[in-house]
Write a protein that binds this ligand. Structure first.
Ligand SMILES: N[C@@H](CCOP(=O)(O)O)C(=O)O
Length: 376
C-alpha cells in the first residue's frame, strides 16, 4: 500500500495536528496523544510522533533470584522505542514544541542516542538537525542512525561536556533550537516512562534503578512519579537509585569529572546538565547515587542477554549492575524496576568484543565436520 499526502497539507508526514488528522495510525498513538492532559501541549501543537512509548515492563526472574528475599524485578526496556532509546520520549515533545514555535533547525550535543533521536524526529518534522559528537566515542549504530536520518554530524576534538557547552552557546546566538535535556520539553516527555510503569504495575515500584549520565532521565522519572502521585494514580513514591560508571561518576564524587572514561559511552559524562534536579530527586526520595565499574556493567550486560534474552546497550546495564551491587539493601518482597535506556544493537562492537559465546569461523560446510565441532 502506498501512502500519499495531500499537497494541500503543508505539514510533514509525521505531523499530527488534531486527533481527527488522517495521519494518525490506528492503535497506540504515541506519548503525546496518550498523556496529553499531563503535558504542556495544546490543540494547536503540531505533534511530531513516531508512536514512541508503550515499551514493555519485563520481569527478569534470574536477576530477581540473585537479589533473593522474594524481591520482584522488572526492566523497563526503553530500547524498544522507535530509534532504540528513551530519548524518543523527550524528543517527540521537544521537536513538536520547536515546530510549534516555528523552528527550522535543531541542535544537540550527544554521546549518540540523543543525536539519533533528534535527527529522526527533526527530519520527520521537516527540520534540519545539527549534532555535535565527541570524535571516536560514539557507538557505531548510533552514528549510522544519525547519518542515515539526515543529520549534519560534526565530530569535535573534545568530550560530550565540551560539546554541550558549545551547542548551548550556539542556540543562544543563532536561530536553532537546543534539544538536549536542558530543553524543558525533553523532561516533560521523558516523565511518561514513570507513567507507564505505574499504569502497568498499578502503583509505583519501591525502587527505581536508573543509569545516570547527563542526569535528565532520573529527574524526568521523578517528575513523572510525583505528578502521578498527586493525581492519585499511585499511593507511594519510589526510592530513586541512580547508577553512574565509576570512571564518570561526578554525582557520586560530588564534583565534576574532567576526563570521564567508561566503556558505557552513553554515560561518559563528567558534568551532568541536570545535576541539581537529579540530586533533589535522590534526596527527596531517600535514594542516592552509586558507582558501578565497567566490569560490573559488562557482567550485567551479558547476564541480561544470556539469561533473559534482553540485549541492551552497555550504559543501560548500569541499572542492573547497580541493583546487584546494593541488593542487600533492598527490602524483602520489594518491587524494583530497572530502566534499560537503549538497545544493544546500537553498539555491536562492544557486544562482539565482550561476548562469552563461542564463535568459530572458517568451518567447512560439511554436516559431519559441524557435528564433530558441536560435540554430537
Ligand atoms: N547520553 C546522552 C547525552 C545527552 O543527554 P541529553 O539527555 O541531555 O540529550 C546522548 O545520548 O547523547
Amino acid at each position: 500500500m502506498t501512502l500519499s499526502f495531500s499537497p494541500a497539507d503543508s505539514d510533514s508526514p509525521g505531523t499530527v495536528r488534531t486527533q481527527a488528522n488522517s495521519n494518525v495510525a490506528a492503535g497506540w498513538p504515541g506519548l503525546i496523544e496518550t498523556y496529553r492532559s499531563y503535558l504542556p501541549v495544546s490543540e494547536s501543537t503540531p505533534v511530531v510522533t513516531l508512536q514512541e512509548g508503550n515499551t514493555p515492563l519485563i520481569p527478569v526472574p534470574s536477576i530477581a533470584e540473585i537479589v533473593g528475599k522474594g524481591v520482584r524485578v522488572f526492566v523497563k526496556y526503553d530500547g524498544l522505542n522507535p530509534t532504540g532509546s528513551f530519548k524518543d520520549r523527550g524528543m517527540t515533545m521537544a521537536i513538536s514544541k520547536a515546530k510549534e514555535e516555528g523552528a527550522r533547525a535543531v541542535i544537540c550535543a550527544s554521546t549518540g542516542n540523543t543525536s539519533a533521536s533528534a535527527a529522526a524526529y527533526a527530519r520527520r518534522g521537516g527540520m534540519r538537525a545539527f549534532v555535535l559528537i565527541p570524535d571516536g566515542y560514539v557507538a557505531l549504530g548510533k552514528l549510522a542512525q544519525a547519518l542515515l536520518y539526515g543529520a549534519e554530524v560534526l565530530a569535535i576534538k573534545g568530550n560530550f561536556d565540551r560539546a554541550l557547552e558549545i551547542v548551548r552557546e550556539m542556540a543562544e546566538r543563532y536561530p536553532v533550537t537546543l534539544v538536549n535535556s536542558v530543553n524543558p520539553y525533553r523532561l516533560e516527555g521523558q516523565k511518561t516512562g514513570a507513567f507507564e510503569v505505574v499504569d502497568v504495575l498499578g502503583n509505583a515500584p519501591d525502587w527505581l534503578c536508573i543509569p545516570v549520565g547527563n542526569a535528565g532521565n532520573i529527574s524526568a522519572y521523578w517528575m513523572g512519579f510525583c505528578q502521578y502521585h498527586q493525581a492519585g494514580k499511585c499511593d507511594r513514591l519510589p526510592r530513586m537509585m541512580g547508577f553512574q560508571a565509576a570512571g564518570a561518576a561526578p554525582l557520586v564524587n560530588g564534583a565534576p569529572v574532567t576526563h570521564p572514561e567508561t566503556i558505557a559511552t552513553a554515560i561518559r559524562i563528567g558534568n551532568p546538565a541536570s545535576w541539581d534536579k537529579a540530586t533533589a530527586a535522590a534526596q527527596a526520595s531517600q535514594g542516592g547515587f552509586k558507582a558501578v565499574t565497567d566490569d560490573e556493567i559488562l557482567d550485567a550486560y551479558r547476564l541480561l542477554a544470556s539469561r533473559e534474552g534482553i540485549f541492551c546497550e552497555p550504559a543501560s546495564a548500569a541499572s542492573v549492575a547497580g541493583l546487584l551491587q546494593v541488593k542487600d539493601q533492598v527490602p524483602a518482597g520489594a518491587t524494583v524496576v530497572c530502566v534499560l535506556t537503549g538497545n544493544g544493537l546500537k553498539d555491536p562492537d562492544t557486544a562482539i568484543k565482550h561476548s562469552d559465546s563461542q564463535f568459530t569461523q572458517g568451518i567447512e560446510p560439511d554436516p559431519a565436520e559441524i557435528a564433530k565441532i558441536i560435540g554430537f
